[in-house]
Ligand binder design. Sequence first.
Ligand code: IMP
Length: 427
Amino acid sequence: MPAIVLVGAQWGDEGKGKATDLLGDQVQFVVRYQGGNNAGHTVVIGDEKYALHQLPSGVLSRHCVPVIGNGVVIDLAALLEEIDEIEARGVRCDKLLVSANAHLIMPYHRALDKVSERFLGKAKIGTTGRGIGPTYGDKVARVGIRVQDLFDPGILQQKLELTLRDKNQLLTKVYNRRGIEAKRVAQEFTGYAERLRPYVADTGLVIGQALDAGANVLLEGAQGTLLDVDHGTYPFVTSSNPTAGGACVGAGIGPTRISKVIGIIKAYTTRVGSGPFPTELTDATGEWLRAAGGEFGVTTGRARRTGWFDAVIARYATRVNGITDLFVTKLDVLSSLDKIPVCVAYEVDGKRHDDIPMTQTEFHHARPVYDYLDGWAEDISGAKALEDLPAAAQAYVRTLEEISGARVSAIGVGPRRDQTIEVNPLL
Ligand code: IMP
């Protein structure tokens, strides 16, 4: 079986952790391919709840190799802490592999993320403040620090001195902050080297060999399509490529190895941080949806913005990712509504758009055009098959499928692993 990509079809937080975890039993490798500890996956197994930030969800499956690919940016202190915490709960991380080419989030990246957001004022992006943007910026500017640099203290010190030369100018002269000493950072990071060493590998090679040997490899995206730096609502995006194309780059495999792209999509929509959101509900209904869905960030605890399902976005995600199957999550949250609005198109300055408008300005002006679908009152959290769902819930799913352009293969009806209806086999 070739590689499968699991991608968020909205603005992140679609419930990808649940899907990955569900597939974790059937795959031998789970690879994170972008993002860093801005992400947060909640996985519920039995009565245990795990909040994962940098560790791939595959870590919870004993026969699975969790891989942090080259496209990920790593906060080392946070990763080692996450490993300690999860091991203290009896989950072993000894199979974890970390790419030698992954870039490291350094203290100055975090500092710059925070000060630059503050300086943007009302135009701020609403980042997680974890240093993600500045780390990817340095990667592209070719002044980044990679995992492999930890094992060559001379090189590490040299690179740090070079990059801190202008970073410190920025920090002290533009942002009025204290400068950062290369020597101290080098010391801190060489201190992590020995703990990290057993995990470090040429992960692209390992994944390639695994695929050659017939292993199932799951490529797990963080964030979502609309947060993609190329295909999202720029500039209100993250600094990596969560879309399926990014999976190849961030894992180090070719596109011909991918056989399936599973889009994870919530039965409604949420977004964290700033930026346009056509179906957003800023009223009491939005608050109800937030409470009903428990829409608070796993990583930052921030309240998520909430809104109705947006088919324009779903169709877009299907197209840019080449989604073959949709996994609709949190359908149970919508139970008890009389009518459920679903956005089928936008109206922009009096003109109907079935697709996302070309420019940022038009997208900011987009008003949702709604269809109103019948709701259902029954508790659906125990449903095991599509037929167990009330007729209106089945119709809701079928409509989502039609307007999104990809078949619905799984439906989440509750947070637990077993609260999933598999309509078509995911593997
Ligand atoms: P950054 O990734 O911290 O630079 O933040 C950039 C944007 O992406 C902000 O709007 C964040 O709220 C958003 N973001 C980053 N990670 C996540 C995530 O895991 N879920 C939802 N939004 C995210």
